[in-house]
Design a binder for this molecule. Structure first.
Ligand code: ADP
Ligand code: MG
Length: 683
């Protein structure tokens, strides 16, 4: 393609030596097109502002006239050049350090531009840069782009090369977006936007240019996703569940509580999905305690009633056992058989369960990773649910799914992330969000205390115990050593037993046998122990509504989302609940997390801050890496645009014209250039 800027090697630009070209390559710039799209990450402000607006110590740029003869003073190795300049009719002192050579150029009456730090009291500018308008080339009045540079490349050189490239090749910058979208959103043409990004006349122009490029970047990204979706359109080869609405209504009204509107709404969405002959792929996200389990229970009920089996996979044994207990109880009156499959079953028990699954005697199986082993075979798997799905890798989920013939899939997570981000990260799926908690729940009051305040924490535990409520006491997690971790829990348990002789104090940690663990959980859930000292094994999913106090020892060792999960173990009833974080006030980055925890108990807000503190890659963990990196767009700031871009891309790709009309040839070329179809399919 003759007019493709990306086909013109950077070496063809005047003044780009082999060495410079090498250094540009290191920045990812190998063609003129790359250079033109090498955007600044910020701007240096050389605009003139009235002195009266400038605060003491701020950086300013002024225009003035030399009013006195300069004087040059030397202090040891430092040379100080002083001169008065009239600015806006006022005498201002300009001071340069080690710029003695300027002395002869400071002629009386000559116009001069000064940029530097303003000392309001002395009316003095410590000059960082100065220039004479009669010489030309002044930056005054402009915003200067700042690029990331490396090696021997300087800002000035790069600015110049980009300027030259824009002047010489700018006319060749193609428009990528269809005119109707530019109109719809009032976006400037691409060529103009790129020029303005490099050389904005003012801030709002820079922002407008950025807005255009952010939209384009997100739109193209969404277009790729949508085109992929169109090319892999779902086939009607899933299970069309036969759902009897009256039966479901009866099931729901027999529950010990009334569903929230959000729960009802999502059950409706799921019912709709499950009835259709397309395989459901739905992510249900809802903050800790929002009541996701019961939603999945209704879905499991529906699959069983239409002659299928359901599987519920969870990340920990403790959670599997809890779900097995509560779901067995829930389903018992309906004659629905629930089995628990974990790694710690005896071989005989396991064989029994596998056999009854295979012949269809077991309706619902709940388990850990043990569910995805080869010898687990279903007679007719209709629905796969994963709880706390962010704990599973993509593979684990699809292995379970493949144990059926395109079963419906429901994934649940308490790590709430914005819908569009969920799709960009987890692939193509529908997303439901529970935003409200069951009625009567009070916000969890959270305190951050020092280690020295243990006595007051003990007093707190006693007070809650007097009200008949229970406490979780979480011990620090020691990453290097599970052994130390366990020792900590054992020590703390001993201490608390001594300090609280009147209360029953239980213990739970990863080195206990599965039977011991379950016993400890059952004792606590039944209220026979008042305090449960535990490691983070109870972090996700555990549901003991009577527990109202969560104490986290050395809270600064935990991540923000993890702390929020732990806190979510309380606040599960109408009783006021509390979370006490014991943390060293001097711990450096702990502070921000403790602050965030005391500021809010809204999981969405916590997730947002966590994402901010850690960045998307880290936030989603290595398993979910592949979070796209954008050049101009910022997923945190530009969500609204991402949503808009997604809708636009969906609408466009839905039209047959998009795939045929010459008007969209450029976009189609973009799609095929992006090698859309040779990557891993989205989950
Ligand atoms: P999570 O979304 O964290 O998994 P759970 O499903 O464990 O939350 O529900 C939290 C608690 O709230 C449980 O004890 C559950 O029985 C209860 N619950 C769920 N839905 C409601 C509701 N609509 N009204 C009252 N309590 C509810
Ligand atoms: Mg849960």
């Amino acid at each position: 393609m003759a007019n493709d800027l990306f086909a013109i090697p950077i070496e063809q630009l005047r003044g780009v030596s082999t060495q410079k070209a090498g250094e540009l390559h290191a920045l990812g710039v190998s063609s003129v097109g790359d250079l033109i799209e090498y955007y600044p990450f910020r701007y240096e402000d050389y605009r003139i502002r009235p002195l009266i607006e400038v605060k003491d110590g701020e950086k300013i740029t002024v225009e003035g006239q030399v009013a006195t003869l300069p004087s040059l003073q030397r202090y040891g190795r430092t040379a100080r050049l002083l001169c008065r300049v009239t600015v806006e009719g006022m005498l201002v002192t300009a001071v340069w350090f080690n710029r003695g050579f300027l002395k002869d150029q400071l002629e009386m009456g000559r116009h001069i531009h000064l940029t530097g730090k303003w000392d309001a009291r002395r009316r003095q500018i410590t000059v960082a840069e100065s220039s004479f308008p009669d010489r030309g080339g002044a930056k005054t009045g402009t915003l200067q782009p700042v690029y990331s540079v490396g090696g021997s490349l300087t800002q000035a050189w790069l600015r110049k090369k980009i300027d030259e490239a824009l002047n010489q090749y700018g006319a060749m910058i193609p428009e990528l977006l269809p005119a109707e979208l530019l109109d719809k959103h009032g976006l400037m043409p691409r060529r103009e936007a790129i020029v303005r990004l490099h050389r904005p006349e003012n801030t709002s122009e820079g922002q407008e240019a950025r807005r255009r490029m952010v939209y384009e970047e997100l739109f193209l990204f969404e277009l790729k996703l949508q085109a992929y979706r169109a090319a892999n359109r779902k086939q009607p080869d899933g299970i069309a569940h036969q759902v009897n609405n009256d039966e479901v209504r009866a099931f729901v009204s027999a529950l010990p509580f009334t569903l929230t509107d959000a729960q009802k709404q999502i059950i409706n969405e799921i019912t709709y999905d499950m009835k259709r002959p397309y395989a459901m792929n739905r992510l249900l996200q809802g903050d800790v305690g929002s009541g996701k389990t019961i939603v999945s229970a209704v879905a499991l009920y529906m699959t069983v009633r239409s002659g299928n089996q359901g599987a519920l996979m969870v990340p920990t044994e403790i959670l599997a056992e809890q779900h097995a207990r509560s779901l067995s109880k829930l389903f018992e009156p309906y004659g629905i058989q629930v089995a628990l499959l974990t790694g710690s079953l005896t071989e005989r028990k396991r064989k029994d369960i596998l056999a009854s699954l295979q012949i269809g005697l077991t309706d619902i199986v709940i388990g850990t990773h043990a569910l995805i082993q080869d010898d687990v075979v279903f007679r007719r798997l209709g629905l796969v649910v994963t709880d706390e799905q962010h704990r599973f890798g993509v593979n684990q989920r699809s292995v379970l799914r493949r144990k059926g013939l395109n079963p419906d899939v429901l994934m649940m997570t308490a790590t709430p992330i914005p819908r569009t981000l969920a799709i960009t990260v987890f692939g193509d799926m529908d997303v439901s969000t529970i935003k409200e908690r069951p009625k009567g729940r009070k916000p969890i009051l959270t305190y951050w205390v020092k280690h020295g305040m243990m006595d007051r924490v003990l007093g707190f535990i006693r007070r809650e115990a007097e009200l008949g409520h229970q406490t979780f006491f979480i011990c620090p997690l020691i990453e290097e050593s599970e052994k130390l971790d366990v020792q900590n829990a054992i020590d703390l348990h001993a201490q608390l037993r001594q300090a609280l002789p009147e209360l029953a104090v239980g213990l739970l940690h990863g080195r206990m046998t599965p039977a011991e663990k379950e016993a400890a959980m059952v004792e606590f859930a039944a209220g026979r122990t008042t305090v449960l000292v535990s490691t983070t094994v109870i972090e996700v999913g555990v549901d003991v509504p009577n527990a109202t106090l969560m104490v986290v020892m050395d809270a600064d060792r935990f991540g923000l989302s993890q702390l929020h999960q732990l806190r979510g173990r309380v606040g599960r009833s109408e009783h006021q609940s509390y979370c006490v974080l014991i943390a060293d006030p001097k711990s450096e980055n702990g502070q921000e997390r403790m602050q965030a925890m005391t500021d809010t108990d809204d999981g969405f807000e916590i997730a947002r801050r966590d994402l901010e503190l850690r960045g998307p890659g880290d936030f989603f963990g290595t398993k979910q890496s592949g979070v796209p990196e954008f050049r101009v767009a910022n997923l945190m700031e530009d969500f609204a645009v991402l949503e808009q871009a997604r809708d636009d891309a969906a609408a466009l790709t839905a039209e047959s014209e998009f795939w045929t009309s010459p008007r969209y040839e450029r976009l189609r070329a973009f799609l095929s250039r992006e090698a859309l179809f040779d990557g891993e399919p989205l989950d």
